[in-house]
Every structure is written in C-alpha cells, then in structure tokens.
Design a protein around this ligand. Structure first.
Ligand code: ZN
Length: 379
C-alpha cells in the first residue's frame, strides 16, 4: 500500500462514525502533522486571549457582511448547510417521528425508527429503507432561493465549497457540481454494492428504476445488496470530507452557516476550523453553535459568539434561509433570478409515484436530475 493510501486508510479507520456523533468533540484522527498543531495553537491563543483575531467586519450585521463581500477582500466563501435549507422545498424532517412518514413503515415492524438508517439492520432487512426512499426520492423536490444563492456565489467565483449535511441532492439540481460540494452525509447521486470485495458503482438512474419498480436493488456482479451512497449510522463519513476540510478551512475568508443546528459531529466542529479572523455568518431560525462554558459541544472553545462584549466576528441573522439569502443578495445588489426558482428548469415527461408526504406548495415541481416538470395542484 502506498504511503498516501495507507494514510487515507488510517484516517478512515479513525473517523468517528455517526453512532458516536454526540460525544466526540474536536478531532477526526489526523494524529500527525502541522494541521493539528496549528489547530491547537490557534485554540489556545484564542482561549487565553493571547491573540484575538483581527476585526474584519465594520459591523456585526448582514450589512457589515455585505460590505465585506463587496470590498473585494473576501474571495473564498465556504457554506455549511443543513436540513433547514430544504424545508421550504417541502422536504419533511423525516428523521423525527410524527411526520407521518414513519407511519407508512409500520407494516415493517421496525424495532425503533432509527433502525431504518442502521447499516447492520439494512443488510438484514433492506425493505423499509427502500420503501422510505420511494417516498423521499430526490427529484420530487425543487431547490430553494438559498440553493440558488449558493449557485450565484459559485458563478461569481466566490464559492470555495459547500459542505452539506443533506442527502436530497438539491445543491446539484441548483447547479453546484461535484467539485463544489462535500456531501458530508452522502448522496443519492451514486450507489454501491455493499460487498467490500465488489463495491461496484451504480448510477442514480439505475437506482431510481429499481426503487420505483419496488425491486430490492441487487448487484449484477455478485448479487449483494446495492445501497445509495448516503451515510448510515455505523458508517464512516466520506474520506473527501476530511481531506477537503484540511485544505479549505484555513484559507476561508467568510463562513456562511445556514439551516443547521450544529448538533451533529464532526460536522459541527468545522466552524472552529477557520482562522480566528474569519467572519462567520449564521442564517437560521435561532442562534446556535455558541460556546457554553463547561458543557456542550463547543465548551473547548471555538464556538460562536454573537452577543458577548468580546464578540468581533460572528453575525446571527435570524430568519428562514431563503429570506436571509434574499436579504443578503439585495444588499449585495445581486439579482436572485426568481424566474429560475419559480419556473421549471426544462419540461420533460417523467413518471413519478405520488407521495404521501405532507407538502405545503400547491404546484409541485418534480425534478429528475436536471430535468423538471411542473405538475399543477398535484397535492
Ligand atoms: Zn457486487
């Protein structure tokens, strides 16, 4: 094994999986090297107040952030996003019981709801997961203003990367490409055979056909199950998450955090990986990620500080992600193309099963990859 490959294997082996997500606090297992030392150095100096970061924003408001972006000094923007950016697309928070989705799964007698995302359970009983996948299959929903705002950042050459916790692929539908994206919890975009010896890759189209024909997807080569590449409990995060994180965050000029409660590690700890001068803008319905002395995920330092008298770089804009992005775009003098948001991308006839999910919009827009069709009053 080459040095590079063995390092990667070690990194993956050390990666905390989602099962132990809540108690891990800071690190992902790179025991070697400068990154770790840099991180500790900046953490200690910040905690001890030795070298407070430079104050970059003239005001801790959305206006201050907009002026900074327009100043030309802000060239590398990272977005960190969670489920909150997709709720206005009508995607239910399917992990919480009581949304109605789990009710459809009662016939499968799940021992507990989370079992549906547990890799060991899936290997024995794949049916409930694929039934849920039919309900929630990407392509039945449409990107939001927030997704298109990130696309604008990309088009203007300002987006270093979008780190997403979502598996709905709406970032891709809005026009972000593989390079622009870290899908931290995986994606439906590709699938793989679950056999470690085989790992044959399958396309989204292949998986879609299987899912909607109610076949349990099996590998053509070896007959094992094929699973969309979303990260189940008990599985590692994609290796790219860790390699990109080390490259991207030290050179970040502005971190925009949207629609996430910053509760799931190691994703949440990313906010502490930017330099201590890097401004951080939170667009969310409530404040989150703050340091709480002696407890909480950020008790070691590096959490957000919006309100204390030491606050110098964190801005909380409390609103929906769409409203926040629209307000920021206005301050920047950017015209969000609401035409794109409201109009289907390219009409094409597709066959889609009706879903039972609760849906707030009258005109349901169905996107299949890049193709979209508008179905009036479908729900
Ligand atoms: Zn196989």
């Amino acid at each position: 094994m080459s040095e590079e490959a063995s390092k990667r294997a070690q990194e993956e082996a050390d990666t905390p999986d989602l099962e132990c997500q809540s108690d891990d606090s800071s690190d992902e297992g790179d025991a070697s090297g400068d990154t770790e030392m840099d991180f500790l150095r900046s953490l200690f100096s910040r905690t001890l107040g030795l070298s407070p970061g430079e104050k970059v924003l003239d005001e801790l408001t959305l206006d201050g952030v907009a002026r900074y972006i327009l100043s030309g000094k802000c060239k590398n923007i990272i977005c960190m996003v969670g489920a909150g950016i997709s709720t206005s697309a009508g995607i239910p928070d399917f992990r919480s019981p009581g949304t109605g989705l789990y009710a459809n799964l009662q016939k499968y007698n799940l021992p507990y709801p989370e079992a549906i995302f547990q890799i060991d359970y899936f290997k024995k009983h794949p049916e409930p997961f694929f039934a849920l996948a039919r309900e929630l299959y990407p392509g039945q929903f449409k990107p939001t203003v927030c997704h298109y705002f990130m696309r604008m950042l990309k088009d203007k050459g300002l987006l270093t990367r979008c780190y997403s916790q979502n598996i709905d692929t709406l970032e891709r539908v809005a026009g972000l490409e593989g390079e622009d994206l870290i899908e931290a919890h995986g994606t439906f975009h590709t699938s793989h055979c679950v056999s470690f010896l085989c790992r044959k890759e399958y396309s989204m189209d292949w998986m879609q056909t299987k899912i909607f024909s109610e076949d349990i997807p099996k590998c053509d080569s070896c007959g094992s199950l094929v699973k969309p590449d979303i990260v189940f409990f008990g599985e590692n995060l994609p290796a790219r998450f860790f390699t990109s994180m080390k490259m991207d965050f030290p050179r970040c000029d502005l971190l925009i955090i949207m629609g996430t409660s910053l509760q799931v590690q190691p994703f949440a700890s990313l906010v502490s990986r930017v330099s201590n001068s890097c401004p951080r803008l939170l667009i969310n319905m409530e404040k989150t990620g703050q340091s709480e002395f002696g407890m909480g995920l950020f008790s070691f330092g590096g959490g957000m500080d919006f309100d204390s008298d030491k606050a110098y770089r964190d801005v909380a804009h409390l609103s929906t992600c769409d409203d926040g992005c629209m307000a920021l775009a206005e301050l920047l003098g950017w015209k969000v193309n609401t035409e794109i948001v409201q109009k289907p991308h390219r009409a094409q006839t597709v066959t889609v099963r009706q879903t039972n999910s609760k849906h707030s919009c009258r005109n349901m827009v169905l996107c299949m990859g890049q193709q979209t069709v508008l179905i009036k009053n479908s729900l």
